[in-house]
Design a protein around this ligand. Structure first.
Ligand SMILES: [Zn+2]
Length: 131
């Protein structure tokens, strides 16, 4: 485990420039929170939101993180946790590497994990509510 801010630095170092412009806020924060081993205290709020259909989409999170940071951190942690469980750490690194190579995020997600953002959100919600 590494401190949260150090995790951000590591992620920036891995994706480099211009990769840092492509990595979504939710992925950056989710990875930092995950790598820092910060417990997901918002897990219940995320489940409740998913059940009620009130969670912001990943795109909404990305566009207005500051307005919904609290649920954003909890959601981001949960999605990174899901990605790591389903696709494994190697592919998480491959995703970052694709961004480092200059691939746009949606294309990188498709290339490495074979899904697009809407499919990821749907898979994640099903996992969240089913598990
Ligand atoms: Zn952070």
């Amino acid at each position: 485990m590494v401190p949260h801010e150090f995790a951000h630095l590591l992620i920036n170092r891995i994706v480099g420039y211009p990769g840092v412009q492509e990595i979504p806020v939710w992925l950056h924060e989710g990875l930092a929170t995950y790598l820092a081993g910060q417990q997901n205290r918002g897990d219940q709020a995320v489940r409740d939101g998913a059940r009620r259909g009130t969670l912001p989409t990943l795109q909404q999170l990305d566009e207005s993180w500051a307005q919904q940071a609290q649920i954003g951190y909890a959601m981001s942690y949960s999605i990174v946790n899901y990605l790591s469980e389903k696709y494994g750490p190697e592919r998480m690194l491959s995703l970052l590497k694709a961004l480092a190579d200059g691939t746009k995020f949606d294309a990188a997600l498709q290339q490495v994990m074979g899904i697009d953002s809407p499919a990821l959100e749907q898979e994640w919600r099903e996992w969240l509510l089913g598990g």
